[in-house]
Design a protein around this ligand. Structure first.
Ligand code: OGA
Ligand code: NI
Length: 360
């Protein structure tokens, strides 16, 4: 019988090989019972997160009750939140609680699989680009690694998902995507109204929500969480992101006025909504795609499940004509969305730098 790997420190272990190539991920590292964080994960001091500020700010992102979204004041609150914070939380969003619970359980189910099972979806072995298991963000970018494992699922069709997504989580992930569609449409309608776009025609609908990706994120308990991050500073490249998080917490958002980091307190049953770069570009900078990051946790495993609502890869995005009608100069040029996304994934997380790619 093969003896289980047991080590008290990481000196004898090739960390990258174990976590990345062998498919154990940071979850595998956590389960070895390491006493100290492997050096590969040590972030430079300026990137580490001071979690003690978590409760110091009463001032957090707006909370919006979607059951009242026909009320013009609520619609205005949504547009204001997208301008000032780039982030808000919603309740009474119409996504059933059992759908959220099921996708959360399925996430634990997937990451609980043996490494060999998860490796079937690795970059090297996966038969499809549309289901990808990985660890850290671009481990090949030669920056400090991040304490996170993920499964990324790009939605093409029900049939494709049924044949290519991992059986243990595909139905639950599909259900979550389907049942969030209504609230996504409603939010986009309201946000477009705020830009003087009165009707979302077919072309706009493709640009706003022509493709979708769901990520199952797993952040295992971490030795020395103060030295690393779960996710480094970044903004999303989506139009909108709809994020479900469990009750552990750890997501921080940069306030656009004070530049201070604000903790997003988990509210049971809520969803976190944020503006992505594609919407910042289309709104010519009116709606803000704001920097955010995730801390590592010394005592709990955490999961989060974002749905990235995106333009189609083949769409050319730029400031919408309605937004420029007032005579404003375009801040951004037109870019092929797939070029923009490629640019994002080529580098390590670097805050708001991606959007420079689209600067006019
Ligand atoms: C992301 C992200 C936040 C979280 O996946 O882009 O920012 O709370 N996740 O996991
Ligand atoms: Ni993000």
């Amino acid at each position: 019988m093969a003896s289980p790997i047991s080590i008290s420190n990481s000196n004898s272990l090739n960390i990258l090989d174990f976590a990345v190539n062998k498919g154990h991920g940071v979850k595998g590292l956590a389960e070895l019972g390491l006493k100290t964080l492997p050096s590969e994960y040590i972030q430079p001091p300026q990137e580490r997160i001071d979690t003690s500020i978590k409760h110091a700010h009463l001032n957090s992102i707006p909370l919006i009750d979607m059951s009242k979204c026909e009320d013009p004041e609520v619609a205005e609150a949504i547009c204001n939140a997208a301008q000032k914070w780039g982030f808000f939380q919603i309740v009474n969003h119409g996504v059933p609680m059992h759908v959220l619970k099921d996708v959360k359980d399925a996430t634990h189910g997937f990451f609980g699989l043996p490494a060999e099972e998860k490796l079937k979806y690795s970059k090297e072995r996966s038969v499809t680009n549309n289901a990808r298991y990985g660890t850290s963000f671009t481990p090949e970018a030669k920056k400090a690694l991040e304490w996170k494992d993920y499964l990324g699922l790009f939605f093409v069709s029900d049939e494709e998902a049924a044949s290519l997504w991992p059986p243990i989580c595909r139905n639950q992930a599909l259900e979550y995507i389907k049942s969030s569609e209504m609230v996504v449409k409603k939010l986009l309608e309201i946000l477009m109204n705020g830009l003087n776009v009165k009707e979302i025609d077919e072309i706009k609908e493709s640009m706003l929500m022509g493709s979708k990706r769901i990520n199952l994120n797993y952040y295992p308990k971490c030795p020395n969480p103060e030295l690393t991050v779960g996710v480094g500073r970044h903004s999303d490249v989506s139009t909108l992101t709809i994020l479900f998080q469990d009750d552990i917490g750890g997501l921080y958002v940069r306030n656009t006025e004070t530049m201070k980091w604000i903790h997003v307190r988990p509210i049971s049953g809520s969803l976190v909504i944020n503006v992505g770069d594609a919407l910042q570009i289309m709104s010519n900078g009116k709606y803000k795609s704001v920097e955010h990051r995730v801390s590592a946790n010394g005592s709990h495993n955490r999961i989060s499940i974002p749905i990235f609502v995106n333009p189609k890869a083949s769409d050319v995005i730029g400031p919408l004509p309605e937004v420029l009608q007032s005579g404003d100069k375009p801040v951004y040029k037109h870019v092929l969305y797939s070029d923009y996304v490629k640019h994002f994934f080529r580098k390590a997380h670097d805050g708001k730098a991606t959007i420079e790619f689209a600067k006019a």
